[in-house]
Design a protein. Structure first.
Length: 370
């Protein structure tokens, strides 16, 4: 079990970024991406994307979220914290420019900024992505937050079996389990609400979509050590494999089997596979976890026979769901809609041909170190 929050942002079209250079580290990012060799339109797109990224970073800093652990453009990590150091972005930015291919940088698709944050009971990964193009109907700025419970961190030398023994008391009583889920959801949802309000203070938006969910992982095979945790750079941030995070994440991979063993009643959660792909959404009307092999990693995946449940394709259990006539075979679906909007160019025609810059911030002192 872990918690996920998503904030999708539709920036206001009246937000025009020019006339003011970005500050310090984000200026280095612009310099690295442009090299002075881009077309005026591409330079405008780059400045606008980085301006918004800087504003979002400032918003997070007002909540004391400032430990940057990754900075990437498309599939290239220009900075990745591999030592667990705090606030070591500045040195990385000095290395940033030397690593960028100026030809490839002209055609960036998405810029990522990932930060790590802890409060008294939850460890958060906050992934911000600014897309150059986005599908029609989707928003171009996405904030994806994963939260894991810090009390369940795997300690030095602790095995998965020992961790399970430590978790055991939580599953022996329905009231205890429900109380834990409720309390952690409240803390996480408050964090997402604060994050949304901070974003609204620093980014002009036309609309924001916000969702939060409790997610339970149903591994394809039983996990008995953190080395078995699957990583995927294109999945949710919890699956990336960030330094030290698997120590916090391991308990989530034991959760499904413990629920099955203790036969607890479950509702209002999203079941995901080993890479975080959505498998099924369970509503208010749930099911008893011990009645079906839905969560039993010793058996083949079995959809529950009851409950308010909807199913998804493109996951490890797609064939099982197709065979059960719960979803259609996506391999025979029509070609996907590839129409998109190059929103970063929307204000380009209004530019007078002068120097590209932007008003990423004006009066807030929080950006002095950004």
């Amino acid at each position: 079990m872990y918690l996920t929050g998503k904030i999708d942002i539709d920036p206001s079209q009246i937000t025009v970024y020019k006339k003011v250079k970005p500050t310090k580290l984000f200026s280095k990012l612009v310099d690295a991406l442009t090299f002075g060799s881009l077309s005026q339109k591409r330079e405008h797109e780059t400045f606008t994307a980085v301006a918004i990224l800087q504003q979002l970073n400032i918003a997070l800093r007002t909540l004391n979220i400032k430990n940057v652990i990754r900075l990437a453009v498309d599939d290239y990590d220009f900075y990745l914290d591999e030592k667990g150091e705090e606030d070591d972005l500045e040195q990385a930015m000095f290395e940033f420019k030397a690593k960028v291919d100026p030809i490839e940088s002209e055609f960036f698709n998405v810029i990522y900024l990932v930060l790590e944050h802890n409060d008294e009971s939850i460890k958060y990964l906050v992934e911000i992505s600014v897309l150059r193009k986005h599908k029609i109907g989707e928003y171009p700025i996405k904030v994806n937050v994963n939260g894991v419970i810090t009390d369940f961190k795997c300690q030095e030398g602790e095995t998965a079996e020992q961790l399970k023994a430590r978790l055991e008391p939580l599953f022996t009583n329905q009231e205890k389990y429900d109380s834990l889920i409720k309390s952690k959801k409240e803390i996480f949802n408050n964090f997402i609400d604060e994050l949304e309000q901070a974003i609204k203070r620093f980014v002009k938006v036309d609309d924001i979509k916000k969702t939060t969910t409790v997610q339970i992982i149903r591994p394809k095979e039983k996990v008995t050590a953190k080395e078995q945790i699957k990583h995927d750079r294109h999945a949710a941030p919890a699956y990336y494999g960030y330094y030290g995070f698997d120590n916090y994440f391991l308990y989530s991979w034991l959760w499904a089997d413990m629920l099955f063993t203790h036969s607890l009643y479950l509702n209002d959660f999203l079941l995901v596979d080993s890479l975080g792909n959505e498998v099924m959404n369970v509503g208010t009307d749930g099911f008893n976890s011990g009645d079906y092999n839905t969560l039993n990693t010793d058996s083949a995946f079995e959809p529950p026979g009851t409950g308010d449940v909807s199913y998804f394709g493109d996951n490890e259990y797609q064939d099982n769901l197709v065979d059960a006539d719960l979803i259609e075979d996506s391999s025979v679906d029509a070609e996907p809609d590839t129409s998109s909007s190059d929103w970063l160019s929307n204000d380009y025609d209004d530019i007078d041909g002068g120097d590209m810059s932007y008003n990423a911030c004006s009066s807030c002192g929080s950006c002095s170190n950004d």
